[in-house]
Design a protein around this ligand. Sequence first.
Ligand code: ZN
Ligand code: ZN
Length: 407
Amino acid sequence: MKRQGRALPARNLNGHAARADRVHGAPRRGGLCRVSHDVNLYPADRVLRAREAAAAQGVDALLVSPGPDFRYLTGYQALPLERLTCLVAPAQGEPFLVVPLLEKPAAEASPAGALGIEIVGWRETDDPYQLIARRLGGAAKRLAVDNHMWAEKVLSFRAALPWAEQGLAGTVLGELRMRKSPAEVEALRVAARAIDTVHQSMGEWLRPGRTEREVGRDIADAILAAGHESCDFVIVGSGPNGASPHHEVSDRVIEPGDPVVVDIGGTTADGYCSDSTRVYCAGGEPKGEYGKLYEVLLAAQRAQCEAVRPGITAQELDAVGRDAIAAAGYGECFIHRTGHGIGLETHEEPYIVAGSARPLEPGMAFSIEPGIYLSGRYGARIEDIVVCGEESGERLNTVPRELRLLG
Ligand code: ZN
Ligand code: ZN
């Protein structure tokens, strides 16, 4: 769980833009500092695969700007800047990478420099949009622009190529990114192990008498200490705040017996994300029907994880948990989809949601995170990242899911 639409930049607990804060003490300058040269994780044939997929969808050229799709295709962790950096991948013809001249050394030193793709530097007085328009020419009638491209760049492309229709590159690239390679699954496993160690240590920070914000700060530090490059979000929802799935932290003081929903995630240096939720209860047993509610949720989440297999559709998997929760009388209290795909973004395809007839396939990675929320009282959510294997699912998060009572 993470509030949609604010991934770039997310605010961390100190009010800094979390993504921009990934590299501590050093700005992220693409190939000049920390980059992954893991050719298994970022293989060189992805641009070719993307061009083939574009051709199959009738797209004449992909225009991919810095962000997750760009990194997926090139391995280059370029910064989104006001100056245009863009991978141009025509369905027919050679791909090329357009970068500001002052970024060219970084691009060449990055994994993109080893792809065998021409890197074209543009000077401050050049118009990079016209440069790309000239190279593509009038035959480029259907362009697919990066889903995260800044609007000013999208409109500049429209002005430079007025004859071309614009669509979204995500429609092409999402289909590729959704099916993870073994190296990507391993990168997600590493991220999951890192976030698991934070959950395992929760007793060090989560205590009655502390505020959610105080606990959240400690968790954010621990997420970095556990091996993430950035802390992307921290939700500490105590007592009634746990009933709001997108609560972050507040100055509410945690009381004895409060159930506390802790949903946390970060990104590793490889670019892959973690996301896991557990519920804690500090300083006493939870009150009222909470124990019963939690058992219902635990069983529903387990049933969903066990139902993962190739061929089951996203909506069928959603229904496995939703039906179990509804049968126990909490149907109205499960107010969001079951889960989301995860990889280079915390939220990506495939979404595990009613209405999606997409069959799961080996290599798809997604969260299973049903929740039960009683407004004004308390809430519960259990979240694991699961990868669909050849026959069943593998839960990448392995921390016990039972309600954990802390000192
Ligand atoms: Zn989450
Ligand atoms: Zn999630």
